[in-house]
Design a protein around this ligand. Structure first.
Ligand SMILES: *Cc1c(COP(=O)(O)O)cnc(C)c1O
Length: 470
């Protein structure tokens, strides 16, 4: 008997049951094995392409063999950000509830464009937007889930432009009498550069304000730049503060920058993609004092909340700005929720069809609770302190000054690139380099909630093995 045409897509119930068991086993084995894997793979496009050369799409593969094939590829050829000795960029070990959520989302496949198609999913996200808004001091927040911080920052730029220049939405930048400009610190995330291009104002519209010796934006320099730009006929419209820079964890003076933005009547955005999680821990919360002054905030749940990628949030205290920016009229979208007190997500976002991003945040938070998260973030912060202490004790030089668990350091006379190559090449740990004040230095960040003191000490001992600081 030949299978019905859809069977190759849906698979029959017996095959499915076996497949789910296999997938669950792959996930559980990965979680258990990852600490014993080399943190980083050999970078060999040739080997991966040779592996893929056997996949011709002409002959259907057995589903079990297909899953085994990709599990092997992912195990052998990726940097294991779930490894407790991955001290990298803010790529976390995903929460188990987040993994479960993403699987459920794929199965139920709720459509996040129209509220009436997925009212439960839409209300879960709205509930989370209010909860995270309240965390940052917005009594009645609006917002939207995004693919990540880059989309949230792009949304911030669009909403700030819509607020400052309403004609921008209909006529575009060509109709503006003056060139819009906005201010970021020299340490800001480079997604703002892309966003400047994407919004049509151009990357020259981004003004980089110098930072002080702690890598924080200098308030007098910001004031002077705004004054000078106005004098030259430009149109400032936005100040962006970073709460936890990607490079070195610097937190801009949020209250002071908020005051300048208010005086100058500029939109105030705080990019708290990573550092925003400090709001969950009472003793770290003061680091974010002043964040409630922001007109909008970027927060990435897929960073310090350890949610599987991608899960960004754009939050705002202006309840009408997202709708003003993204509302469209069209004939085909469902209207069956008209008259109810609801928001159609596609009218609030640059995305249209959208995945139920909020569920992985919801399920993780629902089970861990704020307290569970606070404990994890507190632990990672302590591991960052330990790393700093252990490096100092071995005479490495610390190059940044932040309470967040990212440590930039150097060995005077040591070549940072070569040290990283040796550490990463050994498979024992993963660290990277960055540039501070024009010098290439080493960078290690505690991104894993499971990183323990022995992992920190193993990193320092590996470092001491490749370079003896003088
Ligand atoms: C990671 C990061 C971003 C970009 O977010 P993605 O989720 O990678 O798109 C923006 N700003 C800061 C401060 C970040 O750390």
């Amino acid at each position: 008997m030949t299978d019905a045409p859809h069977t190759c897509l849906q698979l029959n119930p017996e095959v499915r049951e076996q497949l789910w068991r296999q997938v669950a086993q792959v996930i559980e084995q990965y979680a258990r094995w990852v600490p014993s894997l080399p943190v980083a793979p050999e970078l060999s496009p040739g080997k991966i392409r040779a592996m893929l050369a056997s996949c011709d799409f002409e002959h259907g593969m057995d589903p079990t063999a297909a899953v085994d094939f990709v599990a092997r590829g992912l195990t052998d050829f990726q940097v294991h950000t779930s490894h407790p000795r991955y001290f990298g960029l803010f790529n976390p070990a995903p929460t188990t509830m987040g993994i479960a959520a993403d699987t459920l989302v794929a199965a139920f496949n709720p459509q996040m464009a129209a509220w009436s198609h997925s009212p439960f999913a839409a209300e879960v996200e709205a509930h989370l937007v209010r909860a995270f808004g309240a965390l940052f001091g917005y009594p009645d927040a609006d917002g939207t889930f995004c693919s990540g911080g880059a989309e949230a920052n792009h949304t911030a730029l669009l909403t700030a432009l819509a607020q400052a220049f309403p004609v921008y939405l209909s006529e575009g930048v060509r109709d503006l009498a003056q060139q819009p400009v906005f201010y970021v610190s020299a340490e800001c995330h480079h997604s703002f550069l892309k966003a400047a291009r994407l919004t049509g104002i151009g990357s020259a519209a981004l003004r980089m304000v110098p930072t002080d010796n702690k890598l924080k934006m200098q308030e007098p320099a910001l004031r002077a730049m705004i004054r000078q730009d106005r004098k030259e006929g430009l149109a400032p419209f936005l100040v962006v503060a970073t709460a936890g820079t990607t490079n070195a964890g610097a937190i801009d003076p949020l209250t002071g920058l908020g005051a300048i933005a208010a005086e100058e009547k500029l939109w105030y955005h705080v990019d708290a993609a990573w550092g925003g999680a400090a709001a969950l821990v009472p003793e770290l919360r003061p680091l974010l004092d002043g964040i409630h002054l922001a007109d909008s905030i970027t927060f990435d749940a897929h960073k310090w909340l350890s949610i599987p990628m991608g899960a960004g949030l754009y939050l705002t205290r202006h309840r009408d700005i997202l709708e003003n920016t993204f509302r469209t009229q069209n004939a085909y979208m469902p209207r069956d929720a008209a008259g109810l007190d609801i928001v159609d997500p596609y009218q609030h976002s640059m995305q249209w069809s959208r995945r139920f991003t909020g569920l992985k945040v919801f399920l993780s938070l629902l089970t861990a609770g704020w307290d569970g998260y606070a404990a994890a973030i507190r632990h990672q912060t302590a591991m960052g302190r330990l790393l700093r202490e252990e490096l100092l004790a071995s005479a490495w030089r610390i190059e940044n000054d932040t309470p967040l668990p990212v440590v930039c350091f150097s060995a005077p006379g040591g070549d940072a690139q070569s040290i990283v190559r040796q550490i990463v090449g050994s498979g024992q740990a993963w660290i990277s380099t960055t540039v501070i004040a024009g010098r290439t230095v080493l960078r290690a960040c505690v991104t894993h909630y499971g990183t323990q003191p022995e992992d920190v000490r193993a990193l320092v001992s590996a470092l001491n093995g490749v370079a003896v600081p003088v």
